[in-house]
Each structure stands twice: as C-alpha cells, then as structure tokens.
Design a protein around this ligand. Sequence first.
Ligand SMILES: [Zn+2]
Ligand SMILES: [Zn+2]
Length: 283
Amino acid sequence: MAEPVPAFLALVAPGEVAVTRSRGFEASHRFGREGTPADRYGHASRLHGHNYVVSATIAGSIDPCTHFLVDFRSLDDLLREAVAPLDHRRLDVEYTALGDREPSTEALAVALFGALAPHVRSRLEQARLLGVRVAENDGLWADRREGGAVEVTRAYAFSAAHRLADPQRDDAENRRIYGKCANPQPHGHDYRFEVTVAGEPDPRTGLVADVKALDEAVAARVLRLFDHRYLNAEVPPFDRVQPTAERIAERIWELIAPDVVGLARVVVYETPRSAFAYAGPSR
Ligand SMILES: [Zn+2]
Ligand SMILES: [Zn+2]
C-alpha cells in the first residue's frame, strides 16, 4: 500500500504535486560487522529476514499534456530496478551499496535514496525525489528526506485502563469537561505509540538509532509500568495528572529521553482514529 508520507509532504512546494509509489521485497540480514561485540545488536545479530516495503515520493508540476506529474509506471520501473539487488538476497553480504554499514532500515533508506535520486532527475525530468521510506515491518521504518535528514521510527503497544476526572471538581463538572471518559468506572484502550529518532548516520555503522537500546528503554521505562495497568491508580503521575493521550505522550517522552540519543517525537494513538504527537519540552 502506498500512503503519502507526511514527513515528505512537508517538502512539497506551492504549485507542485507529490506522488508516492511503493514496492515490496523480501530479504535476510544480520547485524554485527567484523569486530562488533557479540551482544551489541541482541537478536538482530542472528541471521533472519523481513518483508520490506520501500516507498518513494516524488514532486513536481502537473504535465499539461498528460495531466500526470509523470506516468507513475516510470517511477515503478525505477523502484523495480533499485530494489532488484535487494530482493530475495542477504543484505549484509550481497547489497554492495551498503559498504561497511550495518544493514539497517536507515542505511537502506539512505542507499536507496542515493540509487533513485539521479534516475529521477534524468528519467523523470519533471520530478525530483522528496524522500524514501524503508519499512522493515509495521514496527520499524526509516525516512531519508530530500536535504539529507534521516529519521527512524519504532512502534510499540500497551493495553491500559484509565478515566478522566479531576477529584477537585464535582461529577457534573467532570462530565462537562471529559464526557463519557468521566464515567466513575474506568474504560481502556489498546494504545499504540511511535518513537522517532533523528540524526546523522554514524559514519562507520550507518546507524541513526540504537534500536536495541531504544527497545530496552521503552520496555523498562514505559511498557513495564503502563501495560495492563489502571493508569490513574498505578502509574504516577496519573494519580495527580489526568491520563489524557496528550499527557501520556509527554510522559513517555520524559521517561525515555535520558536514554535515547536524538529523540525527536513521540506519537500516541489512543485509538486507530486519534493521534497525539509530542516533540519535547520548550527550549
Ligand atoms: Zn532485522
Ligand atoms: Zn479513554
């Protein structure tokens, strides 16, 4: 499925349109180049594989003859050519564009951006490449944007109960402010949240995010506390602060920020139909 990538759409100039196409590939990899300590990448140091999806977003003006930006079949051709050296391959051995970098989603996004951008310029003359997203699965993806910025996003989930009601206010007032969320008995959600790390790829490993360290920080500092709990009663500060999704996003940031270099954003989905993003305290 090709969805517009919001991070890339921010780069669309007035008068332009953006087009995203996606292509899947299946490949194996393992982390830990020569000389890496054995436990550096956890289970990612064992050979395994993924169903990857690459999305490329291009932008430019509408061709007055065809009323396309470009015939997207020509973008599909470029994607097919770029992905061919990865499909049903072992990335850390066979995909030479990685060089000595670890076969991470961000290294793949950087390499594929580098492979696609010159062809977009020469073969899709009306268009430029805004960005490339490489998704390893529903829980991990990397974006390489025009201009060089790289972001890695990891998704997590927990289930919890909560209720929104301020003990300083009476029931009628709580009902007015919080509606059915003020029901005296709690309700609950399958929360999903995404943590985004931004930065320069390490020149040696190609890594922007230490996913193992991120997983460990989230497991120890967030999931252990939040999962299968009644937030108001069991998870400070929600005994004093209303456990709104806004406050949950802010709290997740506070809990993991000391351990996560390059933390850029936390997005909480209280339901699949609502998203709450927090990008850190004011500076
Ligand atoms: Zn993997
Ligand atoms: Zn709720």
